[in-house]
Write a protein that binds this ligand. Structure first.
Ligand code: PEP
Ligand code: MN
Length: 255
């Protein structure tokens, strides 16, 4: 069943330090935002900073203690167990987690095993699925089928449109990825799952994040995931597209 209240997820692309994670969590809590994103492991186009990994587990445990759901990308099934164990060991609330399968993670066996572990390990942890990088509705629907085939209940699944690689199309606005509004609405209807928009990874720049958020408001999205950083210019990943918390306030008015 789709939700009526908008799902808002905000936070840095990557967890970088305790100060950054907790500082952001406090800002979100003040604004009543209930889900924070921050990845521990980052898939990268080129080798570089690949996330703080396990070192960040105590930080995200603290976020769950603040009553905020912690959303993070898992690249491998083992990382589901690793995060859950790490959060418990650090006194956090391991039910208060959301994992996501990123756009580049297109091995169906891996997707299925991630979903299977989420299903087995808790009755509450949610799973978000981002669309794959190339524009193909049947592949996108296939990921959902693979995930559902594990028995994971549909009320624990959220879909996310992060646009498609721009290789196929003119890109006059210089977007990082091109949205397909019709396809995302079609997938939403066919799966009957909530569909949120990721204006950060579609836009690629602060200006375009606002532009895409405005455009997305014409469609029936169930919420949004937005990258926010205390000092965007200093961010170790996706520095050009991360908003400050005060820019987030403006964006939320649009969404
Ligand atoms: C992200 O959310 O930071 C990310 C890596 O996104 P995507 O998988 O959509 O590229
Ligand atoms: Mn990012």
């Amino acid at each position: 069943m789709k939700t009526k209240q908008k799902i808002i997820i905000a936070g840095p692309c990557a967890a970088e330090s305790l100060k950054q994670v907790i500082g952001t969590a406090k800002g979100l809590k003040k604004r009543g935002i209930k889900i924070m994103r921050a990845s521990l492991w980052k898939p990268r186009t080129k080798p570089g900073f690949e996330g703080v990994g396990e070192k960040g587990l105590p930080w995200i445990a603290k976020v769950t203690q603040m009553g905020i759901t912690m959303a993070t990308e898992v690249l491998f099934p083992e990382q589901v167990d690793q995060v859950v164990t790490g959060v418990i060991e650090n006194g956090g609330d391991s039910d208060n987690l959301l994992f996501w399968i990123g756009s580049r993670n297109q091995n169906h066996k891996t997707q299925k095993e991630i979903a299977n572990r989420v299903h087995k390990i808790s009755k509450k942890i949610k799973l978000m699925i981002k669309n794959q990088p190339w524009r193909d509705e049947s592949h996108w629907l296939g990921i959902v089928d693979h995930v559902l085939s594990t028995g994971l209940s549909s009320d624990r699944i959220i879909l996310c449109h992060r646009g498609f690689s721009s290789g196929w199309s003119a890109n006059p606005l210089g977007l990082r990825n091109i949205p397909d509004w019709e396809m995302s609405m079609s997938v939403r209807e066919k799966t009957n799952l909530p569909m949120i928009i990721d204006p950060s990874h579609i836009g690629g720049t602060v200006e375009n994040v606002f532009r895409i958020a405005k455009e997305s408001a014409l469609y029936n999205f169930d919420g949004a995931i937005v990258e926010v950083h205390p000092r965007p210019k200093k961010a170790k990943t996706d520095a050009k597209q991360q908003l400050t918390v005060s820019q987030l306030d403006d964006l939320l008015k649009i969404l």
